[in-house]
Design a protein around this ligand. Structure first.
Ligand code: DX5
Ligand code: ZN
Length: 218
């Protein structure tokens, strides 16, 4: 298992400080980019992500909840360890967006809303490094986990077979359900409120590892 901390629940006035508090306890930093069109919320874009880059050695997992990934993906400063994930429901053609991401030299991912048929991502499994299963409706942190996601993770795992594609799961994951998500087949757990929403985010991340029955690989 890998653990990704979603900064959506961090203090945006002290992003670098909050990230450094959890750096030793997580594997990735999950960055939720929202454009106010694809989802009814606005967060931040490339200027904030790029400003944060020198302040942490954690790889960035950039989750684009935007209509136009072809236009904005190239503005993120990313390297081979970072990833950019687009939505299958975006306005831009998926193939074109994945090509634009690949051209940056980073990993490429695809995500889909809870109401979107899982089969919509199948045609892209040979062209992505990860699939991000949304276990809440994208747009906001702190929502309840949708239990249907567990069956989607299992079905996706079967379809991926031996392909080198990771399954990440995003939304509503906390100490009470992290184990069931990992046991269903998740490789990457994304957690916002369950980490940055707590008084001691590093201790909260450690609790997720413990409840998952896993230990962090260094
Ligand atoms: C929701 C975002 C998630 C969010 C998860 O649109 O994609 O990454 O930060 O937050 P929690 O863990 O609070 O559900
Ligand atoms: Zn996300």
């Amino acid at each position: 298992m890998k653990l990704a901390a979603s900064v959506l629940a961090a203090d945006f006035a002290h992003l670098a400080r909050d990230v450094q508090r959890v750096e030793a306890m997580v594997d990735l930093l999950h960055l939720d980019v929202m454009d106010g069109h694809f989802v009814p919320n606005l967060t931040f874009g490339p200027p904030v992500a790029n400003a944060l880059r020198p302040h942490t050695r954690l790889p960035f997992a950039i989750h684009l909840m935007i209509e136009r990934p072809v236009r904005y993906a190239p503005v993120f400063r990313v390297g081979a360890e970072d990833s950019i994930t687009i939505h299958v429901e975006a306005t831009d053609p998926v193939e074109k967006a994945l090509r634009a991401i690949r051209a940056l030299g980073c990993k490429a991912g695809i995500s889909f809303r809870p109401g979107t048929p899982l089969e919509r991502v199948f045609p892209f499994l040979d062209r992505v490094d990860l699939v991000l299963v949304m276990s809440v409706e994208p747009g906001f942190g702190g929502q309840a986990f949708l239990p249907e996601a567990l069956e989607r993770i299992r079905a996706l795992r079967r379809e991926i077979g031996s392909r080198p594609v990771e399954i990440a799961v995003d939304g509503g994951i906390g100490p009470a359900n992290v184990r069931s998500v990992v046991e269903a087949g998740a490789d990457v757990i994304v957690a916002g409120s369950a980490i940055f929403g707590k008084g001691d985010p590093a201790a909260a991340a450690l609790e997720l590892w413990t409840r998952a029955g896993r230990t962090k690989r260094s």
